[in-house]
Design a binder for this molecule. Sequence first.
Ligand SMILES: [Zn+2]
Ligand SMILES: [Zn+2]
Length: 77
Amino acid sequence: MCDTGKCDMWTWQLSRYDERVHAFTSDGRPASFVEAACSHSVPIDKIAKSHSGTRCLACLLIVGDHLAEHHRMGAGL
Ligand SMILES: [Zn+2]
Ligand SMILES: [Zn+2]
C-alpha cells in the first residue's frame, strides 16, 4: 500500500540504451517515450520486457527514499 500511488506506477524494466534496469513510470497511456524515476527517458521500442540485470543506482536511491519516507521502513513502527 502506498499513499502516493507511486509504487503502483513504477515498473522495473531494462533499457537497451544503457543496459540498466530503471524504475519507469507508466501511467497506462500509450506514449513513444517512457521516463524513469532518474529522468532517463527511452523510446518505447528500446525497453526490454525484462527486469533482470544491473539496476540503475539513481533509480534505486529515488525508490529507496520514497520507501523510507512513505512506508516508514526502519522507523520501528
Ligand atoms: Zn510507495
Ligand atoms: Zn534510472
